[in-house]
Ligand binder design. Structure first.
Ligand code: 5RP
Length: 227
């Protein structure tokens, strides 16, 4: 860990701290992203014998399987003791913006099945008001023009996420809109509202599936925040 610099060192720090929330023989949910990658590596090295993991993305599944971990479908487990994932932003209530890695739909589904959501972030993710990070929304492709207009009515500029000059395709075969310029002062209400728009698969506001615990990496050590 000492060879890592800056933000990566903080991510590795919280990834190790999250091991305290993993009980032997438990089924756990595992999120997606660079912070979670540190967690997956730390879990593999820890020797904690979990029953198995439910993954929120193809990328996390591949990483866990490459390390010899048992990954199963959500339908195969009775419940999840804990779900461990990163976030793009988290506020004082444990409400989050997620989806920077385009895995928000499966993340929300898996989180909903877990008894406890443990969010692992470096301190750069802590915000007073959600929305500075462009809000990811997974959408059905044919709805994109209509949804761009709906977000404009809210004052948001929705931009189709691209990679290599192609629209990003999620693990679910859909697209991502990144909505710039919103201030999410009422995350619960906005999550409920946007979720009802035709063509929205999942909005990246995690207010109904908020964090129960946040492990936040700081230069002074890991802060544990409970909500
Ligand atoms: C992926 C996510 C990630 O949790 C979020 O983007 C944070 O990623 P990172 O740990 O790489 O900063 O929501 O869809």
């Amino acid at each position: 860990m000492s060879q890592l610099s800056g933000q990566d060192a903080l991510k590795a720090q919280v990834a190790h701290a999250a091991l305290a929330y993993v009980q032997p023989h438990a089924w756990i949910g595992v999120g997606t992203g660079s912070t979670v990658n540190f967690f997956i590596d730390a879990l593999a090295q820890s020797g904690i014998a979990i029953q198995g993991a439910v993954s929120s993305s193809i990328a996390s599944t591949q990483r866990m399987q490459a390390l010899g971990m048992h990954v199963v479908d959500l339908s195969e487990v009775p419940s999840l003791a804990v779900y461990i994932d990163g976030a793009d932003e988290i506020d004082a209530h444990g409400y989050m913006v997620k989806g920077g890695g385009a895995a928000l739909t499966r993340e929300k589904i898996v989180a909903a099945q877990a008894q406890q959501f443990v969010c692992i972030v470096d301190q750069s993710k802590r915000v007073e008001v959600l929305g500075a990070f462009p809000l990811p929304v997974e959408v059905i492709p044919m709805a994109v023009p209509q949804l761009v207009r709906e977000f404009a009515k809210l004052g948001g500029n929705a931009v189709l996420r691209m990679k290599n000059n192609q629209a990003v395709v999620t693990d679910n075969g859909q697209h991502i809109l990144d909505v710039h310029g919103l201030r999410l002062t009422e995350p619960l209400a906005l999550e409920a509202r946007i979720s009802q728009w035709p063509g929205v698969v999942t909005v990246g506001i995690f207010a109904f599936q908020k964090a129960h615990v946040c492990l936040m990496g700081t230069p002074a050590g890991v802060q544990t925040l409970r909500y």
